[in-house]
Design a protein around this ligand. Structure first.
Ligand SMILES: [Zn+2]
Length: 428
């Protein structure tokens, strides 16, 4: 997970769902949050978990504040240590700025621990701690989720969230859902997903069937908001700062909604598939210095801004848990050279994309394809390779080991051997 996405997500309901989903993914359990499902299905608050009580104040549980702040600092400290290690390894020269200023909580949220601060009653009501003691009240929610609660699903912590425009309190409850492990026989397809600037996502399966998710409109909106934000930052008044917070939250919601939609479409198009995505850890630091700063063209600067602000890590995390719930499996593959390698002959060069144009044109074998499809195709090939390793070793490598340089070099040389041909795309 990149630093940026963590900072942006702090103290917001989207952040809560994202972090918990990601954290529990490794144990093959999924924390599904009500609000997430509601947003994804485009339902309004009527079917969200509505706590029908307007008197609950934000600071209902003052003891929670030091705990939450402590957790924030612990996370920042972990990041600072990881950053120091990267500096020592020569991976970056930037200094860590996360601890320069005290963390800001963009939105007042409150965490409840199950059993202690809140709990579900047998009579279909929920009991919540407030400054005035326990409040027991009715709730409503997405049918599938309320059924899970009734059937005694494992319930985790909850967040209280106030929707200002709708003047409603929501309780965001995390549920742990047990999902059977995916096996070689349960996964019936292989696909690769590339994320990028022109298209937010491009997918390709091993038969060459491709799909693009342009995200043009959301990116235009993000551009607009970025311009407004810049103007407000220059202004620097109290009112401007307040609007900046609101715009930041709107940006975050729009982006999360787009990421949800795209991830959902990809999973629907590739059910029960082994889906490869790029391991984007540290990718940001590889950005070509010539396309940054004053020497960059206006168009490049715009692209840099939009690209750097889009949370691809969030989209990938959503894809990962949605795939798991649909009986699929997401794996991470190395991101190196996915846009430069020729899927037919393996020739890898920047020159394969003449003038950074729309066409990929292999300089060795003259294989030609729309440049935006190359990445997804190469990722699908790498995913197929990992599947073959799975057949051979009996173990699935979910994420490449980036710390072992030797193993990484070995992987990259194996990737260079990959060839796309009708024979290389077996029926699974
Ligand atoms: Zn070639």
């Amino acid at each position: 997970m990149s630093d940026e996405s963590m900072t942006l997500l702090l103290g917001q309901p989207e952040g809560a769902s994202y972090r918990e989903d990601t954290a529990s993914l490794y144990g093959r359990t999924i924390a599904a949050l009500f609000a997430e499902k509601v947003r994804e299905d485009g339902l309004d608050g009527q079917r969200g978990v509505v706590v029908d009580d307007e008197v609950l104040p934000y600071d209902t549980n003052a003891a929670e504040v030091p705990r939450q702040v402590g957790a924030t600092y612990a996370a920042l400290w972990t990041k600072a240590k990881a950053h120091a290690a990267r500096v020592a390894a020569g991976a970056t020269k930037k200094r860590f700025t996360g601890l320069d200023k005290p963390p800001m909580y963009g939105q007042p949220t409150l965490t409840y621990n199950e059993g202690r601060d809140y709990g579900f009653k047998r009579d279909g009501r929920v009991s919540v701690m407030t400054l005035n003691g326990r409040a027991v009240m009715a709730y409503s929610g997405y049918d599938t989720h309320t059924a899970l609660i009734r059937d005694g699903a494992r319930i985790g912590a909850a967040k209280l969230w106030y929707d200002k425009p709708k003047k409603r309190y929501y309780l965001l409850v995390s549920l742990a859902v047990e999902v059977p492990d995916s096996t070689l026989t349960s996964l019936t397809g292989v696909a690769g997903v590339d994320v990028g600037q022109r298209y937010l996502a491009v997918t390709s399966d091993t038969t060459g069937k491709a799909a693009v998710h342009s995200g043009k409109e959301p990116r235009q909106k993000a551009n607009h908001l970025a311009r407004v934000r810049k103007r407000l930052q220059r202004k620097g008044t109290r009112g401007a700062r307040r609007r900046l917070v609101a715009i930041g939250q709107r940006e975050r919601r729009q982006q999360a909604a787009t990421n949800h939609t795209i991830a959902r479409r990809i999973v629907d198009a590739n059910p029960a598939a082994l889906i490869g995505i790029e391991d984007l850890t540290h990718v940001r630091e590889r950005t070509d210095p010539r396309t940054r700063g004053k020497r960059a063209t206006k168009k490049q600067r715009t692209a840099n801004r939009v690209a750097s602000r889009w949370s691809f890590a969030e989209m990938q995390a959503m894809l990962a848990y949605k795939a798991t719930l649909a009986g699929g499996q997401v794996i991470w593959v190395d991101a190196h050279y996915t846009s430069q390698a020729c899927p037919r002959c393996g020739h890898t060069s920047r020159d394969n994309r003449p003038n950074k144009g729309l066409l990929f044109m292999c300089q060795a074998c003259h294989y030609t394809l729309h440049a935006d499809l190359i990445g997804a195709k190469n990722i699908a090939l790498r995913t197929l390779l990992i599947r073959q390793d799975w057949v051979g070793t009996g173990g699935l490598s979910v994420r490449p080991d980036a710390s072992d340089d030797e193993a990484k070099a070995a992987r990259l040389s194996r990737y260079a051997e990959l060839r796309w041909s009708p024979e290389a795309s077996p029926a699974l």
